[in-house]
Design a protein around this ligand. Structure first.
Ligand SMILES: Cc1ncc(COP(=O)(O)O)c(C=O)c1O
Length: 335
C-alpha cells in the first residue's frame, strides 16, 4: 500500500534521497554477501544523521503549533541533541539540551569535543546533569524559565522517538524501496537505541508489502525491550496514519554486539570501524553504527547471513561521536 504522509506538517531539513552505495571491497573482505550502505550519515544539515528524518516531522509539528523553544534530552555525546541544535539554528528556534552523564566516561575528548562542541557551535544551551534526578529537576527549571520569559516550549523525547518522529523512517522505507530495484535486498541491518528508526522502517516496509527482513542491532537495551519499543512506536505511527498495525514478523533484534553496555565499544566494534574505513572509506562511530556493523560482521562469520544474500546496512551517522573517543580511536587505528 502506498503511504501518504502529505497531511503531516513537515519541514525540509535533509538532502533526499540519501545515496545507496555498493561496497564491493567490504563484501569481498567478508567473503560473500553483497553489501550496500544507505548513507543517512551524509544527509546534510549539522553533519547529518538519522535524526534529521525524524526532526522533519517533529519540528514540522512544533512550528505549526507555534513553538519557539525546543527542549530535548540525551547522553553527553548525543547525536540527536546535536542534530536538533543544528535544525533549531536553521529554523531560528531556541534549543535547550538537557544531557545526562549516562555513559561511564569522562575526560577532555568525551566532555568537550565531538557533539558537545557542535551543540555549542549551533547555539544550543547545554545543561549537563549527573543523574536522572538532576536531569528531571533541570528540565523542570528550564521549562519554567522559558515560560516565565513568555516562550512557547515543545519537548522532544530522547532520540526523537515517538510516533511522529518514526514517520521519518516510514518515509525512508519508501525512499529505499525505490532505490533497490528488483530483486531487492534480503535484509536491512540497522542499529537500535531509542527505537524510532527501526520502528519506522518496520512499519514502512510492512505497509509497502516489501518482503525484506529487518535486523536491528541493540546498542543499549535487552532485545525483548527493544522489540517491545519497536511495536509500541510502530503502533503509534500506524494510529497517526490511520492504518491497522501490521504483524512485524519480519523484524528481529539482536544484542550480539552490545558488549558491556551503551557507549562502551568492544574490540569487535573497533575492528568493524577499521574494516569499513579501510575497505570503503566509510566512517562509523563507536556507539551506534560501529556496533551495528560488528553485529553484521559477526552474523556473516557465523553463517547467519549467507554468502549469497544482499544486505543493506543503514548508516545512521554519528561521526562527531567518534571524536569523543579520540584516545581509543588513535589506539585502534595506529598501524
Ligand atoms: C548515529 C545513531 N545511530 C543510531 C541511533 C539509534 O536510532 P534510534 O534511537 O532511532 O533507535 C542513534 C540514536 O541516537 C544515533 O545517534
Amino acid at each position: 500500500m502506498p503511504v501518504d504522509l502529505s497531511r503531516f506538517a513537515r519541514i525540509a531539513l535533509g538532502a533526499w534521497p540519501t545515496p545507496l552505495e555498493e561496497c564491493p571491497r567490504l563484501s569481498a573482505a567478508l567473503g560473500g554477501p553483497r553489501i550496500l550502505v544507505k548513507r543517512d550519515d551524509v544527509n546534510g544539515l549539522g553533519v547529518g544523521g538519522n535524526k534529521l528524518r525524524k526532526l522533519e516531522f517533529l519540528l514540522g509539528e512544533a512550528v505549526e503549533g507555534g513553538a519557539d523553544t525546543v527542549i530535548t534530552f540525551g547522553g553527553v555525546q548525543t547525536n540527536h541533541g546535536r542534530q536538533t541544535a543544528a535544525a533549531c539554528a536553521r529554523l531560528g528556534l531556541r534549543c535547550e539540551l538537557v544531557l545526562t552523564r549516562s555513559v561511564p566516561r569522562s575526560g577532555e575528548a568525551y566532555e568537550r569535543s565531538g557533539n558537545v562542541a557542535l551543540d555549542l557551535l549551533y547555539g544550543a544551551a547545554v545543561h549537563i546533569c549527573q543523574d536522572d534526578e538532576q536531569t528531571a529537576a533541570t528540565y523542570r527549571r528550564v521549562v519554567a524559565e522559558a515560560r516565565a520569559a513568555g516562550r512557547s516550549v515543545v519537548t522532544l523525547p530522547v532520540g526523537g522517538s515517538n510516533g511522529v518522529g518514526a514517520l521519518g523512517y516510514v518515509a525512508a522505507a519508501a525512499e529505499l524501496r525505490s532505490q533497490v530495484g528488483d530483486p531487492g535486498p534480503d535484509r536491512i541491518v540497522c542499529p537500535i537505541g531509542s527505537a524510532g528508526t527501526a520502528a519506522g522502517l518496520a512499519l514502512g516496509t510492512a505497509l509497502l508489502d516489501w518482503p525484506v527482513r529487518l535486523d536491528a542491532a541493540s546498542v543499549s537495551h535487552p532485545p525483548d525491550e527493544s522489540l517491545a519499543d519497536i511495536r509500541r512506536l510502530a503502533a503509534e505511527s500506524a494510529a497517526l496514519l490511520g492504518v491497522p498495525v501490521p504483524a512485524l514478523d519480519h523484524v528481529r533484534v539482536t544484542d550480539r554486539a552490545l558488549g558491556p553496555g551503551y557507549g562502551v565499544p568492544t574490540e569487535a566494534v573497533w575492528e568493524a570501524i577499521r574494516l569499513f574505513g579501510r575497505t570503503e572509506g566509510i566512517t562509523l562511530d563507536p556507539v551506534y553504527t560501529g556496533k551495528a556493523a560488528a553485529a553484521l560482521i559477526d552474523a556473516v562469520r557465523s553463517g547467519d547471513i549467507g554468502a549469497n544474500e544482499t544486505v543493506v546496512f543503514l548508516h545512521t551517522g554519528g561521526l562527531p561521536g567518534l571524536f569523543g573517543y579520540a584516545p581509543e580511536l588513535i589506539a585502534a587505528v595506529r598501524g
